[in-house]
Write a protein that binds this ligand. Sequence first.
Ligand SMILES: *[C@@H]1O[C@H](CO)[C@@H](O)[C@H](O)[C@H]1NC(C)=O
Length: 331
Amino acid sequence: MAIRCCSGRTLLLLLLLISAVPISLVIQLERATWTSPTPHLHYRSLGWVRECAKWDAPAGRFLVSTGLDGGLAEVSVARSDGVLAERTLLREPDAAGNASLGIAVDRDRGRVLVVFADIGSRFSAVGAYRLDNFQRLFLARLSGPEDGPSFADDVAVDADGNAYVTDFKGSKLWKVGLNGELLAVIRSPVFVQRKEWYYNLGGLNGIVYHPNGFLLVIHTGSGHLFKVDTSTHEVSMVEVEGSLLMGDGLELVSPTKIVVAAIRPSARLVESSDDWRTARVTETYSGPSHRVATSATVKDGKVYISHLLGGGLKTRTHVISEAVFSPLSPT
Ligand SMILES: *[C@@H]1O[C@H](CO)[C@@H](O)[C@H](O)[C@H]1NC(C)=O
């Protein structure tokens, strides 16, 4: 893969990966995805990079952002004849050349939100599309070349249908209304606790909406988790026991539990008993880490982790694996 085709984030992950995983281990990990007793869904894909997968229960499919191909695909699990295949649902002509990243399924309103970003950090947008025919409802431009570097990464939707998009580059949130209007830009010194460059190789990344009226957001480079009130926009840091360093995609498992996908371990369960003032990493899952876990979703009460990198020579296959968690021994 040519270096110029990777986002800062992808490139960073790749470098870490290449430096950290010997080939023999890659082969072993890859074999395990085919032989392991826990479900690994392999699907044929048209690209090397798939950024995010979210389960869309009523339709029996995963919706997948196609990364550098700049679109959205589905992987339907209704078929039971072995290897699954992705089907392209949309490409956004007004963000052509940009990557598609985080997605949020907004079932209540029959739509899906998709984040787009320019690999060169010169353009960020979020689009909303109908879930039945994938017609566009809006494409909200969040920043352009005149606004300085930005990299829209992930999105969550609140109870009123407002969307919150993380800026991986600028560590801020864009708040977008039901019809695509930009309502606010949420910045806070709390988001950038550590000024050292190595804590800021990656900024705000995965985001989820909590039904009690706040967002939980992860900062990749520092591993800090933040709580953001959706009405006051007040930002506080969640005091987490255990490391969330390199945290990427998030998913809410229950009001007291979230899952954090990351390069290693592939996923961590984080629990809170005080409405996310404090939290604790309780369990971890190590999956096919050479594929680089980037996002998490819940299907039939179980956590599934999707991976960035495809494998194979003639036909590319991607992996979505069921996370089998092991309790973390208390330190
Ligand atoms: C991303 O989309 C914007 C808006 O269409 C465009 O100006 C920009 O050139 C695109 N980026 C790339 C890398 O093609």
